[in-house]
Design a protein around this ligand. Structure first.
Ligand code: SF4
Length: 687
């Protein structure tokens, strides 16, 4: 038997762990530790351990499919390309929307950005970062001038105080959770604020259980108490920031005195005092946050408040400090970096800036790139499709599954069914692919070379371990072949991901010094890496922030309640999230037998006192109902969730949490409020 080990990067969460794929006779048969990878040093969570199981699953798509009379029929690539090109050409650019993907490589995201703008002439391109960290990109760009995690993963283990806010790190980024434990072992304090007593919260020195959606009140309260005690970092504020007086005007209001904040958030006053003192007095303190604070109508406000706290205490630009936004999907950072967003080209170069328009036109060799207008986000796309039929007519979706991942699924379904022509490119026939007119079979991470960028801005390689099944092809190759059929062969001449990366580096300043040879080392490179002799940047903002004047900007933020709050009809707050065994819409983890066995279906977590009051027993099937819809789901009764709140994981189609969630959006980032809406529980009447 012919064996080989192929080092690559995990296709699941944004941590970016490395492992070896074990290949026997040309097929991937397992995962083995890769000790030399500095991110995880050979350790893996369950998802990483079983990241090989879905690769050769019999459900993999192997041939293009064209829907005829409501049924999919196998087709040749030529037939599929011809039909797609003919349809794409029949629409105006404005009538087409592309969705790129946080699961595919940087090279593929870059090409989708180029294909949308240079071939289809549409500004409408986005991806699921809109649903998880759009608020981070907007919020941190406003405060620091750069919208990404400031410090490295390894640096978290050096912190003297780790404040985890809205992140169940141990389940969602387990190998970052390892760094929290290392910080604790080295004498650092760990504070966790969450509505649920999660596995992360169980390890905290201080656990603050709060009502979902009250983050700004909590952060303003902490800042008021720090200022009242004179614990703010006066030198840092004076030398590195501006608009501190504006911040003070808001956070010093009586509304943010700790007794008031305690009433709003449900956190006892003495806990808030302890947290403020630990954060302010620590030699270094970082904030780790995730979708618990970003997925709100106040997502940008929450992120800016975190930045305010860290500037107030001077915990930025140094070891053990930082604002560390933990990004959910393997390459959600890279998809943003590569311009799979409606407002920027790769490297966050604004599409409305004439200099960047000119630069891209020249680099791509085209005269028109749909410039001048910011396109629709994913969330706007659904609203336009559902509410103004005929405005958007055609969708090209690569590796996304909005039929599970987006809020208010009935609304999403209505929208997608209003589209005239949908192309989906994926590895499985997902819930979204089932609604498509043409489905193109794609290669998965183990079947192609490429790069992905993890949450800590580390650009790492995928290495091909086996051939794709049947006639499936890598996404980059499909886009190039489609571009050729559309008449753009000259602009898409690429024969390998490496050739694409060379173009990425040319037009993207933060990747300018990277190439495949430099990225071959296990430690790879952190962006920004603007020149060939630049070592990369594990810690951002060491001397100055990324604004032209080098200063961080304090932004005063007032607390606002979520868009939908409990009332008599819907008296409970629903919050949603992930679990350790599954990943996003479950298309890969639910096809991994070892993961599926651990958590075969969804559940609703209910506080035990609430359950007693409502007459609900553990494991009882109940109905969860919101203004958007209802699902039937099993109850999991626990002390670990605050009274008046319930939690549902969103991976499971048969009890899809997103049937219930609210598509109210943050006004700037357009991220939906997945983390708080009003719900009621109904008992199922026996027949
Ligand atoms: Fe993969 Fe994330 Fe687990 Fe690491 S922590 S093995 S990147 S899922």
């Amino acid at each position: 038997m012919d064996f080989k080990y192929v080092p690559t990067t995990c296709p699941y969460c944004g941590t970016g762990c490395g492992f070896n794929l074990v290949v026997a006779d040309g097929k991937v048969v397992g995962v083995q530790p890769w000790q030399r990878n500095p991110v995880n040093e050979g350790k893996l969570c369950p998802k990483g351990t079983y990241a090989w199981e879905f690769i050769n699953h019999p459900d993999r798509l192997t041939k293009p499919l064209i829907k005829k009379d409501g049924k999919f029929v196998e087709a040749t690539w030529d037939e599929a390309y011809k039909l797609i090109a003919q349809k794409f050409k029949s629409y105006k650019g404005d009538e087409i929307q592309c969705l790129s993907s946080a699961r595919v490589s940087n090279e593929e995201n870059y090409l989708m950005n180029k294909f949308a703008r240079a071939v289809l002439k549409t500004p409408n391109i986005d991806h699921c970062a809109r649903l998880c960290h759009a608020s981070t990109v907007v919020g941190l760009a406003g405060t620091f001038g750069s919208g990404a995690m400031t410090n490295s993963i390894e640096d978290i283990g050096e912190s003297k105080c780790v404040f985890v806010l809205g992140s169940n790190t141990f389940e969602n980024h387990p190998l970052i959770g390892r760094q929290i434990m290392l910080a604790k072992k080295r004498g650092g304090k760990v504070i966790v604020a969450d509505p649920r007593l999660t596995p992360t919260a169980k390890q905290a020195d201080l656990f603050m259980q709060f009502h979902s959606g009250t983050d700004v009140a909590i952060l303003n309260g902490l800042m008021q108490y720090i200022i009242k005690n004179g614990w703010e970092n006066k030198d840092f504020i004076k030398n590195r920031t501006k608009d501190f007086e504006k911040l003070k005007e808001v956070v010093m209001k009586p509304d943010y005195a700790l007794d008031k904040v305690s009433k709003i958030s449900g956190i006892p006053e003495d806990q808030l005092k302890t947290a403020a003192e630990w954060i302010a007095k620590a030699e270094s303190s970082n904030v780790l946050y995730s979708m618990g604070i970003t997925q709100h109508t106040t997502g940008v406000d929450n992120v800016k408040s975190v930045a305010n706290l860290q500037m107030l205490t001077g915990h930025l630009g140094k070891r053990g400090g930082g604002v560390n936004a933990l990004r959910g999907q393997n390459n959600v950072q890279g998809a943003c970096d590569m311009g799979a967003l409606p407002n920027v080209y790769s490297g966050y170069q604004a599409v409305i800036n004439p200099d960047f328009q000119k630069k891209m036109k020249e680099a791509w060799g085209v005269s028109d790139i749909a410039a001048g207008r910011v396109g629709y986000t994913v969330t706007e796309m659904v609203n336009v499709l559902a509410d103004t039929p005929g405005k958007l007519k055609c969708l090209y979706i690569m590796g996304e599954n909005p039929m599970i991942s987006d809020p208010d699924l009935h609304h999403v379904e209505k929208g997608l069914k209003n589209a005239e022509f949908i192309v989906v490119q994926d590895i499985f026939l997902t819930e979204t692919a089932q609604l498509a007119d043409v489905v193109l079979p794609a290669a998965c991470y183990a079947e192609k070379d490429g790069t992905q960028t993890s949450t800590e801005r580390r650009v790492q390689k995928w290495r091909k371990a086996q051939d794709p099944p049947g006639e499936a092809k890598p996404d980059w190759q499909i886009i190039c072949e489609l571009a050729k059929v559309m008449g753009f062969e000259k602009q898409f001449p690429f024969k390998s991901p490496e050739e694409i990366f060379t173009e990425v580096a040319k037009v993207t300043p933060s990747y300018g010094g990277m190439d495949y040879v430099r990225l071959e080392k296990p430690e790879a490179l952190h962006w920004p890496c603007p020149a060939k002799d630049h070592p990369g940047t594990p810690i951002l903002h060491k001397e100055k922030f990324a604004h032209p004047d080098g200063l961080g900007v304090f932004t005063p933020i007032e607390f606002k309640y979520p868009a939908e709050v409990p009332d008599n009809e819907f008296p409970i707050i629903l919050t949603t999230g992930r679990c350790i065994w599954h990943w996003h819409t479950g298309s890969m983890t639910r096809r991994s037998p070892d993961l599926a066995r651990e958590e075969p279906t969804g559940w609703v977590e209910i506080n035990d006192d609430d359950a007693k009051e409502w007459g609900i027993k553990d494991k009882e099937m109940i109905k969860a109902v919101t203004r958007r819809g209802e699902i039937t789901i099993g109850a999991r009764v626990t002390k670990g969730i605050k009274r008046g709140e319930v939690f549902i994981p969103f991976h499971f189609v048969e009890c899809a949490a997103n049937v219930l969630t609210n598509n109210a959006l943050d006004p700037t980032a357009k991220i939906p409020e997945f983390k708080a809406c009003a719900l009621r529980i109904e008992k199922i009447k026996e027949a």
